[in-house]
Design a protein around this ligand. Structure first.
Ligand SMILES: C[S@@+](CC[C@H](N)C(=O)[O-])C[C@H]1O[C@@H](n2cnc3c(N)ncnc32)[C@H](O)[C@@H]1O
Length: 157
């Protein structure tokens, strides 16, 4: 079993080592496509799965990173939708279930690192969907993204 789960890895942009042997990389898409500007979009998860139903037992990982789509609207053929995905209509339910699953597969006292970008939905609206209160994070609103850190308290499942 790996130590770290990236629950929706996309093209692993934020990883220094995109093949980190301690991590398992998941996403619900497999993509190899040249974008309009010539960049190659490569999404190659180790496991194709849904973050709302992760195929791992409870308490599997020391660290989970959760960087779900942050856009509700994006041009269907635009590069942002292709690169980041788009949230469904019932995005609150989607993210709530994603948070619950990430916490479920975390070991007690494990760390969840959540990434968000407030382009269309404020961070506060999304943090309300998490089952735990965050510890700390980057609270500056920014299009580039914000990082928020949680710890799963031992009492949790
Ligand atoms: C913001 S991007 C992740 C970017 C990534 N962290 C990186 O560094 O490149 C969000 C990813 O979530 C994936 N995704 C969307 N809905 C999902 C779901 N229900 N289950 C698993 N992955 C999902 C998308 O395919 C997309 O690759």
């Amino acid at each position: 079993m790996k130590l770290i789960l990236d629950a929706c890895c996309g093209s692993r942009m934020f990883w220094f080592d995109k093949k980190n042997p301690n991590a398992v990389f998941c996403d619900n898409r497999q993509v190899l496509e040249t974008l309009g500007d010539g960049r190659v979009l490569r999404i190659e998860p180790d496991i194709l799965c849904n973050f709302k139903a992760l195929p791992f037992p409870n308490k599997s990982f020391y660290l989970v990173v959760f960087d779900p789509p942050h856009l509700r609207r994006a041009g269907e053929k635009g590069w942002q939708a292709k690169k980041y995905g788009v949230l469904p209509q019932d995005w609150q339910k989607e993210l709530r279930q994603g948070f619950l699953e990430c916490f479920r597969v975390l070991k007690p006292n494990g760390t969840l690192v959540f990434k968000w970008s407030e382009v269309q939905i404020p961070l506060s609206a999304v943090l309300n969907l998490a089952p735990e209160k965050p510890l700390f994070g980057d609270r500056r609103a920014g299009r580039g993204g914000q990082w928020v850190v949680f710890m799963k308290e031992e009492k949790q499942v």
